[in-house]
Write a protein that binds this ligand. Sequence first.
Ligand SMILES: [Zn+2]
Length: 432
Amino acid sequence: MKTWTNFLRSALSLGLIASGSLVALAQSATHDHQRCGQQHALEQLYERSPETRASVQAAEQAVQDYVRQNAGNLRVQEDIIYIPVVVHVVWKSAIQNLSDAQIQSQIDVLNEDYAMTNLDRASLRSSFNSIAANTQIQFCLAETDPDGNFTTGIIRKQTGKASFNDTDTAGWDGVKESAYGGSDAWPRSQYLNMWVCNLDPTSGVLGYAYPPGVAGALDGVVMNYRYFGREGVVIPPYNLGRTTTHEVGHWLGLRHIWGDGGCGVDDGISDTPTASGPYFGCPSPTATTCGSLDLWENYMDYTDDRCMVMFTEGQGVAMRNVLNTVRSSIPVSPKCYFNTGVEEPALAVGNGLQLFPNPVTGNVIQLVLEQAAATEGMLQIFDATGRQVWSQVQPAGWQQVSLLLPELPNGFYLLQWSGMNSEITQRFVISK
Ligand SMILES: [Zn+2]
C-alpha cells in the first residue's frame, strides 16, 4: 500500500480529490481515524503467529480451486444464505454498553446493504448500476447458543480494561479472549462473532476483521463502539453502520477495492475497476485513476458512510464462494430460524391463537382460540430445527385448553393448530 502522504501528494497533483474530502484525508494521514485496521492487524498477527500466513493462503487457495471448478458462474443466483451473528459487547464505562436498539440497527444495516435495499443506493452513479448486486446474504442475531439454549445473540461482558490496544500482549485481539479481559468466541463453524469495545482510541481505528483462515478463537469482526450501528452513540461521518458492512466483507474474503496497491495490483474481482488507492470523504463523481472511473461508492473503499452504497456482482459471487467453501458450515447452521421465517408455515389471517405464558417458564401452557374450532384437528409443537416434539388430537368445538408439556430444553418453538380448513401457528420460547 502507498503511504498516506504519497497518496495525498499524487492525488493532489492529479487533482483527483474534491475539496470536501481533503480534511478527511489529511486527518487520516495523521491517523486521527484509521478507516479499517485489517492490514495492520494482519501484520501484527503474522508477527505473533507466523504459521497463520500459510493457513490464510490455504483458505484463499481452497476458494480459488472452487472457482476454477465452477467457472462461468458470474452472477449471484442461489437461495439466500442466513448468517447467525453473536455480538460480544465488552464494556467498561456505561456508554460502551450499547443498547439492544443500537445493536439491532447494525443488523438492519447489514441486511439492507447485503440485499441492496438500502435507500441511499439511489445515489450510485448510473454507469455502475448494472454491476450493483443483491448478494443474497442476510444476517440475524443468533437465536440459540452453542448448547441449544435460547439466546438474544448479545453477550454483555464487563471488563477492567479501559481500551484494547495494539501494544497489549494479544494486541487488539485481546478483546476476543477472557484471559485478556475480552469475551471468548462462539464456534465460528456456526456463528459470525462480532466484538464491540473501546478499540484502541489512540490509533483511531474504526474496526477490523481477518480474512478466512485464521484461528477459530480470533475469527470475526471487531468494532469500536462509536461506529457500530446507525443510532445511539455513533459519531459521524462513520455513523451509518458501513464500517461493519465493510469488515464483514473482509470476513467473507473481500479485499479493499483498490487491492491494497497501485494500479498494477488488483482486488481479484473482475468487475471492480482498478484504483491506485483509497478514497476518503465523498469524492468527485469524475474521480479517475488507472485510466477508468473509480467506484468509490463501494463498501470496500474508505469513503464516508453516507457515500458508500453498494457491492458489485463480482464481490457478491466472491463472498458466496467463501460461504460455499471455507465457511460452508454456516449456511446449514439452523441458528437463524425464527427471525427469517425460513420454512415457517404461513400465519392464518383473522383466526388468532393466543398462548400463555410466553416465555414459558414451567410445564403448563394455556391456549385460547379466537373462534372455536370448526373441526377436529391436531396441535403440534416443533423445535427450532423443525422437528416435531409433541402432538395431541383436539375435538371439534374446542376454544380453550390447558396443556401439560413434556420436558423440553430451553429455546424457540412453534405451536401449530391444524383443523380441516385452518392452520394457525404461534411462536413461543421456553426459558426456565
Ligand atoms: Zn478494510
